[in-house]
Write a new protein. Structure first.
Length: 211
């Protein structure tokens, strides 16, 4: 029985080659993250990424066909992290008003963008690849849909509120979010506040009618 357990544990562990590959992918993404944060979107080439990671460029191509795939993988990693933070904030039972819920949506994303400048480059840089633009739009649609269901569950919007309405509010706020980071690496606070006001006021027009 002990031998079977040992064999089972050994089978469940990644082979050395697989583990080395996983570590290299992690190193590549970490290097891309650092360059994006320090030097901006255009500086994050595969050559620069490989040099920062200590991996020959030819070896980088073994894991990623081009720079766009590196960007996509890094953006997905950031997306998962932000999703966890937003879900945790939204679970607060003390949230009672639409403004408090909007803040719970925006605050974690704002803090994450400030702590991880590469996120801003991937989401809002003007010369992003079409792949990144589509990924950002897809992520935004998913988050807006989840937010719509959340608002319905909390009865902060009327039961007949179309999903499109929340998508529009989310998209408008996200565009303002991008403007806030266009002129400031930490996000202009006054501009972020306008995103809060816009989203709260717009969604408030769909609040349930009180008798």
């Amino acid at each position: 029985m002990v031998e079977n357990q040992v064999a089972s544990q050994a089978a469940s562990r990644p082979a050395p080659v697989q583990r080395r590959g996983m570590l290299r992918v992690q190193a590549i993404l970490d290097a891309a993250d650092q360059i994006l944060a320090e030097e901006g979107y255009e500086a994050s080439t595969l050559g620069a990424i490989g040099k920062r990671a200590g991996i020959p460029t030819a070896s980088v191509y073994h894991y990623f066909a081009d720079r766009n795939q590196v960007d996509a993988a890094l953006m997905e990693r950031h997306g998962r992290n932000v999703e966890e933070l937003v879900v945790a904030a939204a679970d607060d039972p003390g949230l009672g008003t639409l403004r408090e819920v909007v803040d719970a949506l925006i605050d974690p994303q704002l803090a994450y963008c400030r702590a991880h400048p590469s996120t801003v480059e991937l989401r809002y840089a003007s010369r992003r690849s079409p792949m990144l633009v589509e990924l950002g739009e897809s992520w935004g649609r998913a988050r807006a849909s989840a937010f719509w269901r959340y608002l319905l569950d909390r009865e902060l919007i009327a039961a007949d509120t179309p999903e499109l309405a929340v998508h529009i509010g989310y998209e408008a706020a996200d565009r303002i979010f991008g403007v806030a980071f266009r002129g400031s690496r930490t996000g202009d606070e006054a501009t972020i506040d306008e995103a809060r006001r816009l989203m709260t006021a717009y969604l408030g027009t769909y609040a349930p009618k009180r008798r």
